[in-house]
Design a binder for this molecule. Structure first.
Ligand code: ADP
Ligand code: NI
Length: 217
């Protein structure tokens, strides 16, 4: 086993032990899917596959939802990296990727390196399509959020206060975030996949509303 393979293996066991068993969006299968996609995208786009694989494996370690704060999460990530025999250049790249893509919510910073673009695309693609739909309902269910409320205004027309008080539904999340992702993809192959997954979600939301309103029969 090369030194690089040993680091990847250690990262797998560190992250697997750390991630939740529940399908709350930050489970180990999410990490596995994002990592596999990041490696494939790296090969297609000519990015460094080792950097992409390691960053994808570790990308949710500092997530605010899983730590007391983003800073505490970054400290956990850095403590683990201290235990690994990594070239400082590679380590900086990995930390740079994770910190640019891991700010939860809001406008994420534009990413510059090809490796960061690849990992961000892989993470965004897992929020789309059938799995994206399932993760969104699982996340909302875990937070006790309603599925749908046709009387609610779209997110853009809600006050901050209303939104903070949880007056948003699972279906609203598609408009708030998921339907916007296809236009935010960085790589050509990522965009192609995102478009297919996007179309599937549009069909799903259409059918969901038809069944809700009873217009499908
Ligand atoms: P990621 O790990 O892909 O960066 P997030 O941490 O933002 O994603 O969210 C994890 C999952 O939970 C995603 O599939 C996302 O769509 C879903 N999710 C995040 N915020 C909400 C929300 N407000 N309502 C419903 N689902 C959400
Ligand atoms: Ni993620």
């Amino acid at each position: 086993m090369t030194a690089g393979e040993a680091v990847l293996r250690a990262a797998r066991s560190f992250v697997q032990g750390d991630s939740s068993k529940h399908s709350d969006g930050h489970d180990w299968p999410h990490i596995e899917r994002v990592t596999a996609l990041a490696v494939e995208l790296a090969h297609r786009m000519g990015a460094d596959p080792f950097v992409c694989e390691l960053a994808a494996l570790l990308h949710d370690v500092p997530d605010e939802k899983l730590n007391e704060s983003l800073e505490a999460g970054m400290a956990k990530l850095n403590d683990w990296l201290d235990t690994q025999p990594l070239d400082p250049d590679i380590r900086n790249k990995v930390v740079g990727i994770i910190s640019t893509i891991s700010y939860a919510g809001g406008q994420r910073a534009a990413v510059s390196s090809l490796e960061a673009q690849v990992v961000q695309d892989a993470d965004r693609l897992d929020a789309l399509g059938a799995i994206g739909i399932a993760r969104t309902f699982a996340f909302s269910g875990a937070r006790g959020r309603e599925m749908y409320d046709p009387s609610l205004p779209p997110r853009e027309q809600m006050t901050r206060e209303e939104y903070r008080n949880g007056r948003s539904t699972t279906i609203n999340h598609f408009y708030e975030k998921l339907f916007k992702l296809k236009d935010l993809m960085n790589t050509s192959y990522g965009k192609e996949l995102a478009e297919q997954r996007h179309d599937y979600m549009v069909q799903f939301v259409d059918q969901f509303k038809r069944e809700w309103e009873g217009t499908d029969r």
